[in-house]
Each structure stands twice: as C-alpha cells, then as structure tokens.
Design a protein around this ligand. Structure first.
Ligand SMILES: Cc1cc2nc3c(=O)[nH]c(=O)nc-3n(C[C@H](O)[C@H](O)[C@H](O)COP(=O)(O)O)c2cc1C
Length: 364
C-alpha cells in the first residue's frame, strides 16, 4: 500500500505474523518501472528492505513492456528482489486517463506483452511474477477473466483480484463471487482481495471462493496484529487459536514499536513524522481524549511519544465496535472512469504506447 508499507511497517507486520508461525508476504510500496529504469532518486529510495525480510517483494507499476522488463531485471539483479507483483488496479483518474492502472487490462494484447516482459526478465533469476487487478473498468467493461487467462498464458505465478471495478473506487462491498469465478476460470492460484477486516473474513473468503490465499489492504491500518490473527486462524480454522484482543496498553506498545522501526529506517525526525498518520487508525474506537490524540498526531520525537503514550489507560479494553468495520479510504463510487479517447473501441492495444510517469505513486 502506497504510503504505508515501507520497510518499517512491513517488519512490524512480519514480527506479528511470525510470532504465530505464519507465512505472509509483505509487499513494498509500489514503484514505477520508468522511475526505476531512469534512476529516479525517490523511486530508488523506496527500495529499502529490513534484514528480517527473507523474500524481498516489490510491486511495480508499468504500462510499457520495455520499461517493465528492464525494471524487473534491475529489481532482481541489483536489489535481490525475490517476488515481483505488477499492479493493474489503480482507479485514480490521473492514471486511468492515460490508460494505466485498472484501465490497462482492457487492452488484452498489451497486457500480455507487459506480463511476458516481466516474466521473461524475472525467469532468469528464478523469481516469480504475480499480478493484481480489479474486476474491470465498470460492470459493462469487465476484464478480470480475460486478465486471468492472459496471466496464466504469460507464465504469471498467481493473480490477485480486488473484487471491485475501477468505477467503484473503494466504495460498497467487494464482490467475492467474482473471486470465485476467477478461481473457476484459471488454474494458477488466485488470491482474493477486498474487505478482510478480521481473520474470520479471510477464512470465509477462502471457503466461499476457493482462493489460494488472501491479500489484505485497509484492514491492517493501525492493526499490524491482524497478521498474527490471520496466521493463528489459518493454522487452526476451528477458532481455538484466536488471540485475545489487545488492550490499549498493548496497542500502545505496538505504536511505540512502529515509531521505533520507522526511526531506525529513516531517522527519528522523519520516522516520527511518518508515524503521525497512523495514530488515528491505532486509536480508532478507544476513549483517548481529543487533546491527547492531537498531540500524538504532531509527535516529533520518541521521547515525546513515550510521554504521550504514558497518558493512555493501559487497561482499557479493545473497542469491539470497530471489529469488522471498514477503515481507511471508502468514499463513494465515481460517476465514470476517465479514459483516453476511444480507449474502449478495441480490446487489443498491440504496440500501443501508454504514457507512464516516473512518479506515479497512487497505488490501487
Ligand atoms: C492507502 C492505500 C494505498 C494503496 N496502495 C496500493 C498499492 O500501491 N498497490 C495496490 O495494488 N493496491 C493498493 N491499495 C489497494 C489495496 O491493496 C486493496 O486492493 C484495496 O484497499 C482493497 O482491499 P481491502 O478491502 O483489504 O482494503 C491501496 C489502498 C489504500 C487504502
């Protein structure tokens, strides 16, 4: 997730998952192929990994097979990356307007060319390539079944499906039936994505759809222990392994650890600034007062964070009202998806040049 899954957060989640013997993969924030190939400093600075990450996993954005192939090569050769995911799920107008993100799979041949370029480059290093996409542009322009077939034919190792169309943005509920339909349609593993707020949702999704695994987005915002719960739930679906909900004291320990890891990776000043955006997610539903929340959202050092966290009541129990409730982006559906002129006229796109900005960082 753009702006969230940097090395520090991935480590925090990894610590949670491994405490339960889980086997999760935490994907680096999306970077652009062009940014990487052209040596863009911001892009390169995002390619930082924690020593605990045994498999370095990176999501690439790309619309041009040549750039995607070269970028994949750089990731494998220069950064020791062991998994590359390609993002075709971004619904943001500035991306779809150029034919990128969730608009791209409409051009089936171009999609295949991009996937093959990545798979070809990664294969030389024995690195698997996966792709992530949405159901399509809107209900009249679905792309996911064709995308699954093309991914399979291109040698992609697995496909993740977010059960919404681009026009839906993050609104409404994800269509898990579409995930099930994709599972039926392809023989490569399908990873289901959309609306996993609790470990029980993941079990239900896998059971309902036959998906080989799940991809978690917003559900982990301010809740890195979701990965501990997921590991426990998959190890013992009977529910016996379900962990107790954290008290505010335990959440506060997690917040401290998050800020500490951010500071370790990017220096204390930047790390604390970066931490600020997570405060409201961590405290969602707890009784902590407005002044304290405000001060935490402006925290500038670990010492100040310690002082502020000590004001929280460590015995406050976890607010069950937030369980299963959406967090992070939601919004309402868009009126329409902005596309290049004539984009829907044909589904091929062979040799089409879709402009790719080097600084595209909006994600999925
Ligand atoms: C802040 C934020 C950043 C995101 N960035 C990315 C991204 O870079 N790549 C991607 O494939 N999806 C990205 N997504 C989408 C999520 O991965 C996921 O597909 C979507 O939120 C639906 O899953 P969920 O219901 O579990 O959140 C982002 C979502 C959010 C809220």
């Amino acid at each position: 997730m753009a702006g969230i899954t940097n090395a520090a957060y991935r480590r925090l989640c990894l610590e949670q998952a491994t405490a339960e013997g889980g086997s999760s993969l935490f994907v680096c924030e999306m970077i652009t192929s062009r940014g990487l190939v052209e040596g863009d400093a911001t892009t390169r600075s995002m390619l930082v990994f924690d020593e605990l990450e045994e498999i370095r996993s990176v999501q690439l954005y790309g619309t041009d097979p040549a750039y995607v192939g070269k970028a994949t090569e750089i990731l494998c050769a220069d950064y020791g990356v062991g998994h590359v995911d390609l993002n075709f799920g971004c619904p943001v107008p500035k991306v779809t307007r150029k034919g990128g993100g969730a608009a791209l799979p409409w051009k089936r041949t171009l999609l295949g060319e991009i996937l093959q370029a990545a798979v070809g480059a990664a294969a030389r290093y024995g690195v698997p390539v996966t792709m992530k996409t949405r159901k399509g542009i809107d209900d009249d322009h679905l792309t996911y079944l064709d995308a699954g077939r093309i991914a399979q034919e291109s040698g992609v190792a697995a496909i993740a499906l977010h059960g919404r169309t681009a026009v839906q943005g993050y609104s409404g509920t994800a269509d898990w039936d579409a995930i099930g339909a994709l599972v039926e349609h392809v023989s490569i593993p399908v990873l289901g994505n959309g609306d996993i707020w609790e470990a029980g949702d993941a079990l239900r999704m896998v059971e309902q759809t036959g998906a080989a695994g799940v991809v978690v987005g917003r559900g982990c915002l301010g809740r890195p222990w979701l990965f501990r719960d997921l590991a426990a739930a998959f190890a013992d679906p009977s529910g016996e392994g379900v962990k107790a909900l954290p008290t505010l004291g335990e959440v506060s320990t997690m917040m401290r650890r998050h800020a500490e890891l951010l500071s370790r990776h990017m220096g204390e000043e930047r790390g604390c600034k970066e931490f600020r955006k997570h405060v409201s997610w961590y405290l969602k539903g707890f009784a902590a007062g407005g002044d304290l929340r405000h001060a935490l959202a402006l925290v500038s050092s670990l010492a100040e964070l310690d002082t502020l966290l000590s004001e929280l009541d460590p015995d406050e129990t976890f607010p069950t009202t937030v369980l299963g409730a959406p967090r992070g982006r939601q919004g309402s559906p868009r009126k329409r998806v902005v596309l290049p002129d004539g984009w829907l006229d044909d589904t091929d796109g062979r040799g089409l040049v879709v402009r790719e900005d080097a600084d595209e960082t909006t994600g999925g």
